[in-house]
Design a protein around this ligand. Structure first.
Ligand SMILES: Cc1cc2nc3c(=O)[nH]c(=O)nc-3n(C[C@H](O)[C@H](O)[C@H](O)COP(=O)(O)OP(=O)(O)OC[C@H]3O[C@@H](n4cnc5c(N)ncnc54)[C@H](O)[C@@H]3O)c2cc1C
Length: 308
């Protein structure tokens, strides 16, 4: 189906895009990679009268490292940075979970167009970025008619498909603090095939001192209206020795994975029954913890998504 007709506006700066949104009113939407918006237009689920295109604004697609005296620094991603740019970036690979996430999103066509800013603004409960980034210290920088402001990712996504963005406000940058030494993370998604959203996913970020887990963040994707922090599972790991050998029989990791099952709140749908997704969560959390522990030790482990 063709979209309903709309007026197309090409913004040449972020400030101009904000001004345009203010002038055009509630019937305007911004266009980033178009990988969520264009299908919605074609299905006529979204029918904006105006589209403000961000694609021709210079210097909105970048990955920068920031040194800092008081913390470990940060990586900064321009809102229009494509998933594929992050997948290919050596700088992004310094936080391996970011590479896992970018490399597993859909297929190469979607990754070449879709953007990190668009993905967070869409707040799709099945989207990968929010679930991966919530295990890190992530700030979303925004610009609106009232000026610039910054929100933690936790405060930015308020519900399924719902964010704290005001009507004329844009995501301009995503800032991710670099985890402390001894950290390792992994993002593992289970998909029926490459170009579809995951059936379930698990993000794990650990800080280890030798074999003892000092800190843990575990998030579950596609099994709730927003990413779910599995806080009981995190608590089950803190202060414990984690053994991520090939047998996969570590009792502490198994306990954490069971706690994650209890935290999941999935719905039955065409991707599987609720019980099936809970079982997936257990397997994905176990696998993500094992990879995270090995990466924290300094091992190079390619994170692989699982395909049915
Ligand atoms: C076949 C297919 C499979 C996919 N599979 C996956 C998957 O497995 N995992 C996954 O995570 N995603 C998947 N996606 C979605 C993809 O990652 C999109 O790139 C992402 O959801 C939206 O990013 P976008 O840049 O394309 O945004 P757009 O589609 O252009 O915009 C999405 C929404 O966000 C708003 N918006 C965009 N940018 C901004 C901004 N800077 N500030 C404020 N609002 C903004 C738009 O107005 C719109 O409402 C898939 C898409 C397709 C078509």
């Amino acid at each position: 189906m063709y979209p309903r007709s709309f007026h197309y506006h090409r913004a040449s700066s972020l400030d101009e895009a904000v001004t345009m949104l203010g002038q055009l009113g509630g019937s305007a939407k911004v266009l980033a990679g178009g990988q969520s918006l264009i299908p919605l237009l074609k299905l006529r689920f979204a029918n904006p009268e105006h589209l403000v295109d961000l694609n021709f604004i210079p210097a909105t697609s970048y990955i920068r490292a920031e040194e800092a005296a008081l913390h470990f620094g940060a990586l900064r991603f321009g809102a229009m940075t494509r998933h594929a740019e992050i997948e290919r970036s050596a700088m992004a690979r310094t936080i391996p979970l970011l590479h896992d996430c970018a490399a597993g999103i859909a297929d190469v066509q979607v990754r070449n167009r879709g953007t990190i800013g668009g993905s967070l603004a869409e707040a799709d409960p099945s989207g990968d970025w929010a679930n991966a980034l919530i295990t890190l210290d992530t700030t979303v920088h925004c610009l609106g008619s009232g000026g610039a402001r910054s929100l933690s990712l936790q405060d930015f996504i308020t519900d399924a498909y719902t964010t704290a963005l005001a009507p004329n406000e844009l995501v301009t940058e995503v800032e991710v603090k670099i985890p402390p030494k001894g950290s390792g993370g992994a993002y593992v998604a289970f998909k029926r095939s490459a170009p579809v959203y995951p059936s379930a996913s698990a993000a794990v970020q650990l800080t280890m001192a030798d074999d003892v887990c000092q800190d843990a963040a575990i998030a579950l994707g596609c099994v709730g209206l927003t990413a779910i922090r599995a806080t009981e599972a995190e608590a089950a790991l803190r202060g414990k020795i984690l053994n991520a050998d090939a047998s996969g029989n570590d009792k502490t990791i198994a306990t954490a994975a069971e706690a994650a099952r209890a935290a999941a709140d999935p719905q039955s749908d065409m991707r599987g029954s609720a019980e099936y997704k809970r079982q997936l969560v257990v397997a994905l959390v176990k696998r993500a913890i094992q990879i995270a522990v090995r990466r924290a030790r300094g091992e190079h482990v390619e994170g692989v998504h699982l395909y049915a």
